[in-house]
Design a protein around this ligand. Structure first.
Ligand code: BGC
Length: 386
């Protein structure tokens, strides 16, 4: 079993200049500042991984560093990640590289970003460049959470570029899925035997009342089902369109955090969320529902290997985090016992990193932002005991 933790470049590295930097400068999100200084200190993160008994690490490479201007690639930046990967491999930790984790180079953003017709081609070219440096990295995520990216940036406008249009959001999802297909081909060409997939954010949508089944179904279909179906079956379904893509998922990557309770609303086909008292919640108010990891894995494995590419809790309490992980691992083990090919589990996150609109107030880390230990945590033992 592959066990470890996950991070993303913008959230830990510091000293980045991308579309989020513009967003932060406009006061739309807290400033990322130096983050966890992983750009300088990423080798220290290998020590932390060893300390928690990890044999697997997921991190992202920052596109804006690697392609600072359109079509101009910076080999130095990739070599910095290359040195890091050498370090991981030497420590016996299997790397998983994410090519896109929410942030975009400013030139890409300024010229239309994921609405550009040629965005899949542009992304494919970037994927080809990066993967040529890593013929020994066995696991790749092309894009992280196309559904969350499109929802936040193009439906509710909370993230860059701050648009509010379902039509645009569906176009973005479609372009990201096409970009995934391109990147998939490039990685497979450069890395023999690579396993390539998407990290899908999946939630349990629990209907409240009989009519709640309508919005819960609509959310489940568009948010959970549509992207993973496109990846695995090679077809984009309505309302995103009708399009054949080609089958391009070697494993199913699942980021699982929470359950939403959804009630019917005459004003919105997607309904409204309800928040009953007395349920376990993280410090951001998200309901903790460990059984959901089992339900999700069972529903969306499509007979393929499954990797939990993120699962975590924002909390001030270390013991609550240990409890959270133990409970989720127990349910995951059950799914494995029932025949689902669960290959890996990555805790989000190794460090208390930058949490998008919540800045540094949400503490997901096993270690603090400055790498202090919060308490005993051994992922291997937690899995064995689960
Ligand atoms: C994202 C992470 C984020 C985490 C917690 C995931 O959806 O991939 O970047 O920090 O959730 O909100």
């Amino acid at each position: 079993m592959l066990l470890g933790a996950a991070t993303s470049a913008h959230q830990v590295e510091g000293k980045v200049q991308n579309d989020w930097t513009l967003w932060e400068n406009r006061g739309k999100a807290p400033p990322v500042g130096e983050a966890c200084r992983s750009w300088e200190r990423m080798e220290e993160d290998v020590e932390l991984l060893k300390e928690i008994g990890a044999n697997f690490y997921r991190f992202s490479v920052e596109w804006s560093r690697i392609e600072p201007d359109e079509g101009r690639f910076n080999g130095e930046a990739v070599l910095r990640y290359r040195r890091f990967v050498d370090h991981l491999l030497k420590a016996g930790i299997t790397p998983m590289i994410t090519l896109h984790h929410f942030t975009n180079p400013i030139w890409f953003y300024a010229t239309g970003g994921w609405l550009r017709e040629d965005s899949p081609i542009i992304f494919g070219r970037y994927a080809a460049f990066v993967s040529s440096f890593f013929p020994d990295v066995p696991f790749w995520i092309t894009v992280n959470e196309p559904n969350v990216f499109a929802y936040q940036g193009y439906v509710i406008g909370a993230w860059p570029p701050g648009k509010r249009s379902i039509t645009l959001a569906l176009k973005v999802v479609k372009n990201m899925l096409k970009a995934h297909v391109r990147a998939y081909g490039e990685i497979k060409r450069n890395v023999k035997g690579a396993s390539v997939g998407i990290a899908h954010h999946m939630r349990v949508f629990q209907p409240v009342g009989l009519l709640g089944r309508i919005p819960a179904f609509l959310r489940d279909y568009t948010f959970n089902f549509l992207p993973v179906y496109a990846e695995v079956k090679g077809r984009i379904l309505p309302p995103a369109g009708f399009e054949s893509l080609g089958r391009t998922g070697d494993f199913i990557g699942i980021n699982y955090y929470t359950k939403d309770r959804v009630r019917f609303s005459p004003k919105d086909p997607f309904g409204v969320e309800v928040y009953p008292e007395g349920v376990w919640r993280n410090s951001l108010g998200w309901e903790v529902y460990p059984r959901g990891i089992y339900e999700t894995v069972k529903r969306f494995s499509f007979g393929k290997p499954v990797i939990i590419t993120e699962n975590g809790i924002a909390t001030e309490s270390h013991s609550e985090r240990v409890e959270f992980v133990s409970r989720h691992l127990r349910w995951l083990k059950r799914a494995k016992g029932e025949g689902i090919n669960v290959k890996g589990y990555l805790y989000w996150s190794l460090l208390d990193n930058y949490e998008w609109l919540d800045g540094y107030s949400a503490k997901f880390g096993i270690f603090t932002r400055t790498r202090e230990k919060k308490g005993d945590f051994n992922i291997k033992e937690l899995w064995e005991r689960a």
